[in-house]
Design a binder for this molecule. Structure first.
Ligand code: MTE
Ligand code: HPA
Ligand code: MOS
Length: 753
């Protein structure tokens, strides 16, 4: 298929693409500002809003008492109020909503709202919560073989603790929504959400009205990264609450400060592992306990915990596994989806276990990784039998194409000569499962209209958030009909055109919506071919459409695409189609924790080299070399962008992005001056990504594999590349697995004895 430039590229660079804040608002629109809890835990004794309500231009201040339906927005579990009632559970929790004719007045009102809170004990750590029996739900254990017994037969057994910190999404566009009253009490919401149906459902519940009265429209997102899968909902619901009462349009956009303070992030994890190996370095047994810092409400935590379990052995086959995850309730904002969805946290632990074992045994991590890679028909701990396994292929391909031997020799030679700088090298294989782990979510719909002039409009449940899904969908339609992409339009994502959608997430958006779209295109084409066959008096099977022209037995006929559509109109043939696709094969049984939850897996291997400044403790990455399994990529540029972007985000998470809350549960890293994200200099100067040459996978749309999340986990290699350099400098360094590996931690490692 012909590759295509992202259809949004032109609009983006010219500043013409529309985001929530670019919508031309109606004259009588009001502005909303959220008043949130200054304390992480306590009982609200008194809330004084009357003075603030008297400020000029302030129209109204809403509290939970104004909610006509249920004060409940929990997606998985009903444990999250839209507005706090008597108790607050995290600093940043919405308590009241200020509505004013100007943003300035709303801010003034917020500054004089008084609140008295009787403070309760605050928990900020996952294990701390577990010790106090504070959980979101029951723990879950996935096991294979008998790990307890198998440890007795191991030549080597090692244990350690692991910590990975959270991560701020930092989507360029902060959370927001614009809500308009329509006729007859209907409400239209333009939202920056990955999950329009989620928003529609929550608002219907909060307002106590049917979903049919709520229309959610999504133009595009200025990034989501998981942060808008569930957490775009409260802001849309709050604005809708105001519109419901005031019958006026309301705009609510969080300032960056408010967004950082009020929204959840990637889950920090505190974990323990125990790994057992044979003499020849086969991993015989692996045990891990994951303590997920879920925050103050469930949000998506249980689903994220599940994916951690499903990725706990990464790209390796381990015969005896026992992994348990605890979703721990703390007084932080509810943590949420973030690219990888718990997978990265799981994968870091097994890589840490391998690094520890390698260090103690006196071999390189590579030697352990290599002999344990997944092979065809291996079983993962949760029962999925692996087929079309590319683990060894991507590994070998990386070794060969990037000459790993040469690279590691260069590192060794450099380290012999240099004392103030040391280099390190690490390999990071990945194996990431594609599909929502929750089987019922794996379906999608598409609505295609062929207009009577031959141009086409497409609606699906897919949300464009920068990942390029609209371009891929456009390619699919252009390819199916063989018409010029300029004659196709991707409509906004709208709940009235395509209903009951799963969020755009799990890297599955193009697969699910693309497959539904393919079905719709095929259905229309089948009808059109009938029309053409009748018109040209030939057999249907002889008809094809090529470049907007009808061909018979590969010979150009007299009938153009446009003429064909007109003939079809006259013959009263339906030119629209609504199709549905549900992923076949997948299933999972939680009662026995076994099944086949993933349609397929995405594989890859990264080689990362680092240079550590052993005087200062800072570091750079010299190169990242990746062989990635795209299947048969349909959009090479977009897919490369996804790999590079995810890699940068992964490196940021592992090395510099440090979320800090104080003991009172107050966010300290509350601005970009205190929360460092990677820039162009933080990722390697030399990034090379080569495709694994494969036939692709039938379960992927047009065999083009999902690419959104998997490459983030290449970033895990950055941690170990730095650690490897520290080891070269300091023979007394005791390996620590505490991410991010900030320069401060590097310095302490360099001079530890
Ligand atoms: N790329 C950009 N530019 N912006 C984003 O918000 N989100 C990521 C990934 N790539 C994201 C992105 C996440 S978390 C997911 S799940 C997928 O894109 C979602 O889109 P897909 O299903 O089309 O891959
Ligand atoms: N991935 C991403 N988002 C999700 C999932 C998943 O597996 N399940 C529910 N939401
Ligand atoms: Mo992505 S974390 O599944 O939105």
């Amino acid at each position: 298929m012909k590759s295509m430039t992202n259809i949004d590229a032109f609009g983006h660079v010219r500043g013409e693409s529309l985001f929530i804040d670019d919508i031309v608002i109606k004259q009588n629109s009001l502005f909303a500002l959220v008043f949130d809890s200054p304390k992480a835990h306590g009982i609200i004794k008194h809330l004084e809003i009357s003075k603030a309500e008297k400020i000029e231009d302030v129209i109204k201040i809403f509290t939970y008492k104004d909610i006509p339906g249920e004060n409940q927005i929990g997606g998985l579990l009903p444990d999250e109020p839209l507005l706090a009632e008597n108790e607050v559970h995290f600093a940043g929790q919405p308590i009241a909503l200020i509505i004013a004719t100007s943003e300035k007045s709303a801010k003034k009102a917020r500054s004089i709202i008084e609140i008295e809170i009787d403070e309760l004990p605050i928990i900020t750590g996952a294990k701390e919560a577990a010790a106090k029996d504070q959980f979101i739900n029951a723990p879950r254990t996935v096991s294979l073989g008998n790990a307890d017994k198998a440890f007795n037969n191991c030549e080597y057994v090692f244990e350690d603790d692991v910590f990975t910190n959270g991560q701020e999404h930092l989507y360029l566009e902060t959370q927001g929504a614009y809500v308009e009253p329509m006729e007859n009490g209907n409400i239209k919401i333009t939202s920056s959400t990955q999950g329009p149906t989620q928003v529609q459902k929550a608002i219907a519940k909060v307002l106590g009205i049917g979903m049919h009265k709520i229309e959610v429209d999504v133009i595009r997102l200025g990034g989501g990264f998981g942060g808008k899968e569930d957490q775009a909902t409260p802001w849309a619901a709050l604005a809708a609450l105001a519109t419901y009462h005031l019958k006026k349009p309301v705009k609510l956009i969080l300032s960056r400060h408010d967004d950082l303070r009020m929204t959840g992030k990637r889950h920090p994890y505190e974990s323990n592992f125990k790994i057992g190996l044979s003499k020849d370095l086969k991993i015989i047994a692996f045990e891990a306990a994951f303590y997920q810092n879920s925050g103050a409400a469930a949000d998506l935590s249980p689903a994220i915990a599940e994916r951690t379990l499903f990725h706990a052995t990464n790209s390796y086959f381990i015969e005896n596994v026992k992994t348990t995850v605890y979703s721990c309730k703390t007084n932080l904002p509810p943590n949420t989806a973030f690219r990888g969805f718990g997978g990265p946290q799981g994968m870091f632990v097994i890589e840490a276990a391998i690094a520890k074992a390698a260090h103690e045994i006196g071999v390189s991590s590579k030697e352990i990784q290599e002999v344990n890679l997944l092979q065809e028909n291996d079983e993962l701990s949760f029962g999925q039998i692996m087929t079309q396994v590319e683990a060894a292929n991507v590994w070998r391909s990386a070794m060969r194409q990037f000459d790993f031997k040469q690279l590691s020799q260069e590192v060794a030679t450099f380290n012999k000569k240099s004392s103030d700088f040391k280099k390190g090298i690490a390999l990071m294989p990945i194996c990431f499962g594609i599909s929502f782990t929750n089987t019922p979510m794996n379906h999608a719909r598409a609505l295609v209209h062929v207009y009577q002039d031959g141009s086409i409009g497409i609606s699906t449940g897919a949300v464009e958030m920068g990942q390029g899904v609209n371009t891929k969908l456009l390619q699919i339609a252009a390819h199916s009909f063989s018409i010029n992409p300029d004659n196709i339009k991707l409509e906004t994502t709208n709940t009235t055109r395509v209903a009951n959608t799963s969020p755009s997430a799990a890297s599955s958006t193009a697969d699910l919506n693309g497959k539904a779209l393919l079905k719709a295109c095929v259905a229309i084409l089948t009808r059109l071919k009938k029309v053409a066959a009748k018109e040209l008096e030939v057999k249907e099977q002889e008809i094809s459409i090529q470049n907007e022209w009808v061909y018979v037995k590969e010979i150009k006929s007299s009938l153009s695409w446009k003429d064909l559509i007109l003939k079809a109109m006259i013959a009263r043939v339906a030119l629209s189609e609504n199709a549905h696709y549900a992923t076949p094969i997948i299933h999972y049984d939680k009662t026995i924790e076994k099944g086949h939850p993933f349609a397929y897996h995405v594989y890859g291997t990264a080689i990362i080299t680092s240079t550590v400044d052993c005087i200062r403790g800072n570091y750079t990455f010299e190169s990242v070399k990746i062989v990635h399994d795209y299947g048969k990529s349909m959009s090479k540029g977009i897919d490369l962008g996804q790999v590079e972007g995810a890699l940068a985000q992964g490196i940021g998470w592992m090395t510099m992005e440090e979320i800090a809350y104080d003991e009172q549960g107050i966010l300290l890293s509350n601005a970009l001056s205190t929360y460092k994200i990677p820039d162009i200099f933080s990722v390697a100067q030399d990034i090379e990504v080569l495709p694994l040459e494969t036939q692709g996978n039938e379960m992927a749309v047009l065999k083009s594999k999902a690419v959104g999340e998997p490459p983030l986990m290449y970033g895990i290699g950055a941690y170990f590349a730095i650690q490897n350099a520290i080891q070269a400098f300091n023979p007394y360094y005791k390996l620590k697995f505490h991410a991010p590996m900030t320069p401060e931690k590097v310095l302490m490692g360099l001079y530890q004895y």
